[in-house]
Ligand binder design. Structure first.
Ligand code: FE
Ligand code: FE
Length: 215
């Protein structure tokens, strides 16, 4: 497809993000399964439902600009999701893996926000006022998801920090005052059904029986 003007660029970027959103719907269920925090898992599940809606909105924008919906491989999303996959393969405490999953997801959200922001501005210039509203709606939801992930990270990152320092203490066999608080973070099991509740995430000292997993 030739790219002669802003409309062509608009359609090209529409195809790029249409591809990205499809890839994200495939990645989110796995991320929800891998998340140990209940809050994080449900945030991913909620965003999956939103992402399916984003795809339908993009199809509407394609109609508004008079083009059939089609995809162009979004290499950036391929790469960002691969990085998420790499984190999921790490052998690390579950709080550390959750922190890594949040970072991976936020990178995807920020990338999407950049694309939707440009598309919205271009739609405005192209006089596609209905498309402006549709794209803004999605942009708002990506932003809300990003904020929600930041909130979840606020509590989880404290746990991740403790997990990491206790690992170091194990290796060095050094007692520090920080070790008095909370049990050792267990290593993440391979797969599982139960999640850490937000209550145990916040308390920082769940009973071992609550934290162990049957897989
Ligand atoms: Fe999206
Ligand atoms: Fe998103």
């Amino acid at each position: 497809m030739s790219m002669d003007n802003l409309r062509d660029l608009f359609v090209e970027q529409l195809r790029d993000v249409y591809d990205a959103e499809h890839r994200i719907t495939k990645a989110l269920p796995k991320m929800a399964r891998e998340a140990s925090s209940e809050d994080l898992a449900s945030a991913f599940e909620e965003h999956l439902a939103q992402t399916q809606e984003h795809i339908m909105r993009l199809e509407r924008v394609f109609r508004l600009v008079g083009e059939p919906p089609s995809k162009k491989t979004c290499k950036a999303t391929v790469g960002l999701l691969e990085e998420g996959e790499e984190i999921m393969k790490e052998d690390a405490p579950e709080s550390v893996l959750d922190a890594g999953l949040i970072a991976a997801a936020q990178k995807v959200e920020h990338y999407e926000m950049a694309t939707y922001g440009c598309l919205r501005d271009w739609a405005q210039l192209l006089g596609l006022s209905q498309a402006v509203d549709v794209l803004q709606e999605t942009l708002d939801e990506e932003g809300e998801t990003d904020k929600k992930l930041t909130d979840i990270a606020q509590s989880l990152n404290v746990e991740a920090l403790r997990g990491e320092s206790e690992e170091d203490e194990d290796e060095e066999a050094v007692e520090t005052p920080r070790a008095e608080h909370g049990a050792h973070a267990p290593h993440r099991p391979v797969s599982g059904v139960s999640k850490r509740s937000s209550a145990s995430s916040m308390s920082g000292a769940a009973k071992p029986s609550e934290r162990s997993r049957t897989r």
